[in-house]
Design a protein around this ligand. Structure first.
Ligand code: ADP
Length: 474
């Protein structure tokens, strides 16, 4: 089985969020199961060139009526072959997203992807695109199937990691991007704008999203981000597969980033990690008080409006609070203000910190907050569980699928879960968690329940293989 996995971000090359973790881990897990899975991504400015092989594949990408000479680099560090498309014009400067010509950049990416596949004479059984930047490739795959013999059997799968990001642009640009004819043009149009996500949702042969629960939620008007009607119409082609965890990277027994290793059999190293974390953030060093942590993009989706309302109440409990995040200025200002008021109790890191600090927080914290408004899958709750850090989450999307409320009657459950999106409901769960934290035996039980969860990618990869096979057979 040959699968081309396209993504705008992939660990270990470039990352802004969970998509990169998934796009790195899935191909690796597929390769372990003898699937010929290959990754294709843009060679962004921030990618460490030391990760690339020296040899270069030269391709000529049909672009805006001419041909654009383009270099493609190769890397084997990701556990599956990876091709990185260089473009001085589109990818060599600035951020991964958020540029005014994103639609042009990722259309170019799509054209380069298929030119590369033609050059390699490697026809995937399935082209697997992820999120709106790959919506263009879903449309191109549909077209190329008709005109290029090489791709006549190639099918497409489009995975939604977050429906709220829709890749919207001026529809005037559809013409010169090469999407001016029907059906492409109509597929892009969404309320006087063009949307790469919408076009991908229509053009792809099959759709998937990153948890079972989110697959249901996005068909509702509350969570459908204006596209629920389309997802409902295509629900027979929509599958929810919960992301896994790359336990090679997220394992407290071997993690190179953390102060001491620990396991379910011996948790003692976790205390060392906690002390290390308190020192890193220059907080008081009282190991008896719990650390509540959060790592997330600073956006309302992640529940930061609730946390802001509760800042005083959280510090009032005596717990430490550690936040790592990049995003909206209003939340960065809030965190700064909170830290300034309690500098030895509230530790903050504003910005994207890279992997080591995220691992150190997971290892050293006692509780991990994810009070998300919506959460397609969420990865940190699963990382937390493996690191004996107890998640406190809102019952939405993948959080609802992976976290089970602790039940003191029979000792089952791996975390704390609230339903209503309100500061009061969140505070109640924080208080409940603090109550059980003060009972060491009970707390250890919750930690061990979480550590015993098997959220490995192997099971999830198996589901993807089944899905690819269904798409091929259809
Ligand atoms: P999302 O994809 O919506 O951002 P996920 O929970 O699926 O949320 O994944 C977020 C990933 O990004 C996790 O691996 C998390 O550790 C990482 N992350 C988020 N913000 C930062 C940051 N500021 N610094 C380092 N890592 C971060």
């Amino acid at each position: 089985m040959r699968i081309a996995i396209l993504s705008s971000e992939v660990v270990p090359f470039a990352k802004t969020g969970g998509l990169a973790d998934v796009a790195g881990a899935l191909p690796k897990a597929l390769s372990r199961q003898d699937v010929d899975a290959r990754i294709i991504l843009p060679l962004h400015e921030q990618i460490d060139r030391n990760l690339l092989n020296e040899s270069v594949i030269e391709i000529e990408v049909p672009w805006r009526g001419g041909r654009r000479e383009t270099n493609v680099f190769y890397s084997s560090v990701a556990g599956a072959p990876a091709y990185l498309i260089e473009s001085p014009e589109y990818f060599s400067h600035g951020s991964i997203y958020g540029q005014a010509n994103d639609h042009e950049r990722y259309t170019f990416f799509s054209r380069a992807v298929f030119t590369l596949l033609q050059t390699l004479k490697w026809a995937p059984d399935v082209v697997h695109g992820n999120d709106w930047p790959c919506g263009f490739a879903m449309v191109d795959a549909r077209t190329l199937r008709l005109y290029d013999e090489l791709f006549s059997q190639t099918r497409s799968l489009f995975s939604i990691h977050n429906l709220a990001y829709q890749g919207v642009f001026d529809p005037e640009d559809l013409w010169w991007l090469g999407f001016g004819e029907s059906p492409d043009k109509d597929d892009f149009l969404l309320k006087d704008m063009a949307s790469a996500l919408k076009a991908g949702l229509i053009a792809a042969d099959a759709l998937s999203t990153v948890s079972r629960r989110y697959a249901e939620e996005i068909q509702t008007s509350e969570q459908g981000a204006g596209l629920n009607w389309l997802l409902r119409a295509r629900r027979d082609r929509l599958t929810g597969i919960t992301n896994g965890v790359d336990y090679e990277l997220w394992n407290p027994e071997t993690d190179p980033h953390i102060a001491a290793h620990f396991s379910a059999a011996d948790l003692s190293g976790k205390q060392e990690c906690k002390l290390d974390l308190l020192r890193r953030f220059d907080l008081e060093e009282n190991l008896d008080r719990p650390i509540i942590a959060i790592i997330s993009r600073l956006v309302t989706q992640k529940g930061y409006d609730l946390i802001r309302k509760l800042a005083g109440a959280i510090t009032g409990t005596g717990a430490y609070f550690i936040a790592l995040g990049a995003g909206a200025k209003e939340y960065e200002d809030f965190l700064q203000d909170w830290h300034d008021r309690a500098p030895r109790q509230v530790g903050i890191y504003k910005g994207y910190a890279g992997e080591p600090l995220a691992h150190q927080i997971e290892a050293g914290a006692d509780m991990f907050l994810m009070p998300s408004h919506y959460e397609p899958c969420g990865l940190n709750q699963m990382y937390s569980m493996r690191y004996a850090t107890v998640p406190i989450v809102r019952a939405t999307g993948g959080l609802d699928d992976t976290v089970e409320q602790f039940n003191p009657e029979n000792g089952s459950g791996n975390g704390f879960k609230f339903y209503q999106y309100s500061a009061g409901a969140l505070l109640e769960k924080i208080r409940e968690a603090l109550y059980f934290y003060s009972q060491p035996e009970t707390w250890k039980k919750i930690q061990l329940n979480g550590m015993a969860m098997d959220n490995s990618w192997d099971a999830a990869a198996q589901k993807y293989i089944q899905l690819y096979q269904e798409i091929i057979d259809r």
